[in-house]
Design a protein around this ligand. Structure first.
Ligand SMILES: *[C@@H]1O[C@H](CO)[C@@H](O)[C@H](O)[C@H]1NC(C)=O
Ligand SMILES: *[C@@H]1O[C@H](CO)[C@@H](O)[C@H](O)[C@H]1NC(C)=O
Ligand SMILES: *[C@@H]1O[C@H](CO)[C@@H](O)[C@H](O)[C@H]1NC(C)=O
Ligand SMILES: *[C@@H]1O[C@H](CO)[C@@H](O)[C@H](O)[C@H]1NC(C)=O
Ligand SMILES: *[C@@H]1O[C@H](CO)[C@@H](O)[C@H](O)[C@H]1NC(C)=O
Ligand SMILES: *[C@@H]1O[C@H](CO)[C@@H](O)[C@H](O)[C@H]1NC(C)=O
Length: 397
């Protein structure tokens, strides 16, 4: 399903996002589950040191044959083959037609599952249970089977339906990401055949987060949007600029706004618990001819519960007679009464309460005492999801 993102007053634009609004808890078919083999320890190579520093990670290039491993030329992330995490399925290369200089290596091969209704990867999370992990599954069809037919299948986290996976075309990269606090010692990521083509997967990644960030009352958080406003490079930002390997999409608006940026780093000496990448925080947007910054997302589903994290940092060196102060409202309700961003230091505004609505309308209004219009550097929007944490999901087959 597509949601569009546009503004009302200050500026207008559209953004297609792929997410699925059906999050029913699926039936568990214990008989069809395929157990993965025991996982052995991952080799520790220097390229992974920084990810390891934040508490360990797993980076799997699904469908990479045997015991192969490599360091990705772009991200310097150390990927390993999936042979230790699953013992079903088949390796395939995608069609040469889709391989290019710019295509990330993880998409060059896939593991497909022509047999069984459900096939599961078993991940032993390196930092144990009751702490927060980012889990990201990525898919690109690339006509790996020569059939030129886009499959459609379901992705599960253990017994819980996480999302369904659909493609617009053969080179469409679909990424599903979730922030999840496991209560058990392993995480099962499963692909379910829904009789609409053979399930497959390109990459599976697990990252450990700082314990205190991204906590909600509800269970897990499905990523809806993670945007880097005012990007000067038009490039996505991830590891190693982002030590948690969140992926930030550049967002530039064509008119009615001014991108701002600084050559100084943000949060160099004093990181917040969110450990925001300086590359994301050193750019922002501000309205050109308005004292309000307003934008909205068409979520298309009034029942979903959204959790929003807005990230601000002052990046202009203000004169003594200058001041930037604004309030923030969401769907017309006051969310934050007065925000004065700190110079080169991040502030994250997070709503404990979820927001519902077929639209999410964000407004930032300049306060009377303020001489400058509002800014915003980055935003993250998640969908809250309560997963059942069944005590014995994979064993009773
Ligand atoms: C996939 O591509 C690699 C590298 O080009 C090659 O070595 C391998 O034999 C190919 N595998 C299959 C199943 O075609
Ligand atoms: C993380 O925080 C929660 C709640 O504050 C606590 O129960 C849990 O033990 C913490 N986990 C770790 C690994 O510190
Ligand atoms: C494939 O789909 C993606 C996502 O909708 C789109 O950005 C891309 O331009 C499409 N590519 C082709 C070759 O149609
Ligand atoms: C970023 O993309 C926009 C829109 O496609 C383009 O106008 C702009 O020149 C690009 N900027 C850079 C630095 O590449
Ligand atoms: C460091 O961060 C804390 C909490 O985010 C903040 O209160 C403090 O002012 C910051 N110190 C400096 C020197 O920026
Ligand atoms: C936010 O600030 C604007 C400008 O001062 C004011 O008109 C508006 O009432 C404020 N919004 C809320 C909900 O307090």
């Amino acid at each position: 399903m597509a949601g569009d993102f546009k503004c009302n007053l200050a500026w207008c634009f559209l953004l297609w996002v792929s997410f699925v609004s059906v999050f029913a808890i699926g039936e568990y078919d214990g008989k069809s589950i395929v157990l993965a083999t025991e996982m052995s320890s991952i080799p520790h190579k220097q390229a992974r040191r920084k990810l390891d520093d934040v508490g360990g990670s797993i980076s799997i290039d699904c469908g990479l044959p045997g015991e192969l491993e490599y360091i990705d030329r772009e991200t310097q992330i150390h990927y390993v083959s999936d042979s230790k995490y699953i013992n079903t399925g088949r390796n395939h290369n995608i069609s040469d037609k889709f391989i290019s200089e710019t295509l990330q290596e993880t998409y060059e091969n896939v593991r497909s599952f022509p047999e069984g209704k459900r096939n599961c990867y078993k991940l032993n999370h390196p930092e144990g249970r009751n702490t927060i992990y980012l889990i990201r599954a990525s898919f690109m069809y690339g006509n790996y089977d020569g059939l030129n037919q886009l499959p459609k299948f379901n992705l599960y986290m253990g017994v819980n339906l996480w999302d369904s996976v659909t493609f617009k075309n053969s080179s469409h990269v679909v990424t599903k990401e979730i922030l999840h606090v496991p209560v058990k010692d392993e995480i099962y990521v499963c692909l379910e055949n829904t009789d609409m083509g053979t399930p497959f997967i390109s990459a599976l990644e697990l990252r450990h987060f700082h314990n205190s960030s991204y906590r909600t009352k509800s269970g897990s958080l499905l990523l809806y949007q993670r945007l880097d406003f005012g990007s000067t490079t038009n490039k996505t930002v991830r590891f190693n600029e982002d030590s948690f390997d969140r992926i930030w999409l550049p967002y530039n608006l064509p008119e009615y706004y001014t991108p701002l940026s600084t050559s100084f780093a943000v949060d160099t000496t004093n990181k917040t618990e969110y450990e925001l990448p300086s590359a994301v925080m050193k750019t922002a947007v501000t309205p050109r001819d308005s004292s309000s910054l307003e934008f909205q997302f068409e979520t298309g589903d009034p029942t979903l519960e959204f959790y929003v994290y807005m990230h601000f940092a002052e990046i202009e060196e203000l004169q003594e007679n200058e001041r930037r102060e604004f309030n923030i409202t969401v769907n017309g309700n006051l969310w934050h009464k007065s925000l004065i961003p700190n110079y080169l230091h991040s502030t994250t505004i997070f709503g404990e309460q979820s927001i519902r609505g077929s639209k999410l309308m964000f407004s930032m209004h300049k306060q009377q005492s303020s001489t400058l219009p509002p800014i915003i550097n980055a935003i993250e929007i998640y969908i809250g999801k309560d997963f059942l944490q069944a005590p014995t999901d994979e064993e009773d087959g």
